[in-house]
Ligand binder design. Structure first.
Ligand code: HEC
Ligand code: HEC
Length: 442
């Protein structure tokens, strides 16, 4: 056993004992293995959140501290959820209703529901449909929400990569706006997040006007964030989207144990986590798709997992175009049922997993990959990724890989990305009565 923590007084004495009591083989086998399989560690190091020069961004929306500060508040501000289907639901939900910090910036339940639902629980798990809403009137999407973490590394956002004019969308201009009218916003050539969030503000029934911005006390912050913008652009969903997008790019999980390990702290991960990481980057080949700094990528693959409507998703069905993945956006046969490779940090904070939410735990995800048997018979075999075949991990290796995903990739301090209050002083993530009771917002 290695002694890691000891009182300061006996520091030197115990250090000596520790040095000799740790058998080198047990202490360093996975450290050495991981160092070997990873190669260049800098490939995976995430920048600090205030190191704007190192964070990927678009020239249309350079990062500034003023934009980030504004976006942080707007993402959590109920004041602009003012175009709900019913008067009673106005001012009750926010972006953070479905992207809850404590749940790894996803909702703590299968499906995120903003307008048309009430309640919160501890991390969004207790949100329930308002009985008087028709299912088709809910703001609920036919896919498990993606985390808004580490999106600086997402050149084309959503499970189907439909937003963003660059990256994998170069050459897809003819389908912008074709199947999903909101993707016409790619023509702005502003950046994936900027376009998506303009669309998102409408989808999620939020509306920014000069009058409301002023009334809510945000005018000076908009002025500081966008000094050279016309009033029309600035005090609008466009200005709000650009500020929110800047904030999202700073949501980096750079305090996760794996990140600390990459930066030179060999004690930051346990032996079991290091073993799991060695499997991820080595033997299991996970890194062939999960290769960017956020451990996701713009690689699209069909894993043959179930769709959201099969898992109890509301307002979705077998004919939902989202079930087609990339093919639902491009219309091309070769893209059908292929989904973007998502980032992997803080997933342990809330399941379920995959685009349809068909796996309840990370261990189930690992077992799915390990057995390699598809669960969605509608996906033609010819589309399924070659990777989906038995990997042959032992029970011990399954546990190690799961632990790496669960703990090694968990930034324990996401609270730093949440404001202590918003300018309206309303309750967030949600502001309906049940949520207020749940969160003790009085
Ligand atoms: C009703 C729940 C809900 C609300 C409210 C919501 N989102 Fe999302 N968000 C989702 C879902 C679901 C997805 C994945 C959709 C898909 O890919 O088909 C998503 C995806 C995203 C992504 C893409 C991440 C990536 O890696 O591609 C971003 C960025 C995002 N949301 C930002 C926002 C912002 C900003 C707001 C507030 C304006 C917001 N969301 C409000 C459910 C929600
Ligand atoms: C062939 C490319 C590929 C390989 C190899 C791969 N993945 Fe993935 N991974 C994906 C894609 C694509 C998705 C999303 C699929 C979907 O939901 O339809 C995904 C989803 C996941 C998820 C769920 C994320 C979420 O947000 O729900 C986890 C966890 C994961 N992968 C871990 C791994 C591990 C561990 C390995 C190695 C055993 C691995 N992946 C290998 C492409 C890959």
């Amino acid at each position: 056993m290695c002694v890691r923590f000891f009182p300061l007084m006996s520091f030197i004495a115990l250090s000596m004992v520790t040095m000799f009591s740790c058998t080198p083989e047990t202490q360093s086998v996975y450290e050495a293995e991981l160092t070997k399989v990873i190669g260049d560690k800098t490939r995976f190091i995430l920048p600090d959140s205030d190191d704007f020069a190192s964070i990927p961004q678009t020239s249309a929306n350079p990062l500034t501290a003023d934009k980030v500060a504004l976006g942080k508040l707007l993402f959590h501000e109920p004041m602009f959820s003012n175009v709900a289907k019913t008067q009673e639901s106005n001012y009750t939900y926010t972006c953070s209703t479905c992207h809850v910090a404590d749940a790894g910036f996803r909702p703590g339940r299968q499906q995120g529901i903003a307008d048309g639902a009430y309640g919160f629980g501890v991390k969004g798990e207790s949100r329930a449909k308002v009985p008087t809403y028709k299912e088709s009137d809910l703001d609920a999407q036919g896919a498990r929400p993606l985390a808004t973490l580490n999106t600086a590394y997402v050149t084309n956002s959503m499970w189907n990569g439909s937003f963003g004019s660059e990256g994998v969308n170069i050459g897809t201009e003819d389908v912008w706006g074709k199947y999903d009218p909101t993707t016409a916003l790619n023509a702005l050539k502003a950046g994936a997040l900027e376009s998506q969030n303009i669309a998102g503000l409408s989808t999620h029934r939020m509306f920014y006007s000069k009058e409301l911005i002023t009334k809510a006390g945000y005018k000076a912050m908009f002025d500081a964030a966008f000094p050279n913008w016309s009033e029309e652009d600035k005090y609008s969903n466009k200005g709000a989207s650009f500020a929110i997008s800047a904030y999202l790019r700073t949501l980096l999980t750079n305090e996760a144990p794996f990140q600390k390990w990459l930066k030179g702290n060999s004690e930051a991960m346990t032996e079991q986590e290091k073993q799991g990481a060695s499997i991820f980057f080595g033997k299991a080949g996970c890194v062939t798709c999960h290769y960017e700094k956020n451990l996701g990528s713009m690689n699209f693959a069909a894993l043959g997992v179930k769709d959201h409507y099969e898992m109890g998703g509301l307002n979705t069905s077998e004919s939902d175009r989202r079930n087609l993945g990339r093919g639902g956006f491009t219309g091309k046969d070769e893209d059908m049922y292929k989904f973007r490779t998502p980032q992997l940090y803080n997933l342990g904070d809330s399941g379920p997993y995959f685009h349809g939410g068909s796996k309840n735990s990370l261990e189930e995800v690992v077992r799915y990959f390990n057995t390699g048997v598809v669960e969605n018979s509608r996906v033609p075999k010819t589309q399924i990724a070659e990777f989906i075949k038995p990997i042959g991990l032992s029970e011990e290796e399954i546990q190690a890989l799961t632990t790496f995903l669960q703990n090694g990739l968990r930034d324990p301090n996401l609270k730093r990305y949440v404001p202590s209050s918003v300018l309206s002083r309303m309750c967030f993530p949600n502001n309906d009565l049940t949520s207020k009771i749940d969160m003790d917002c009085f």
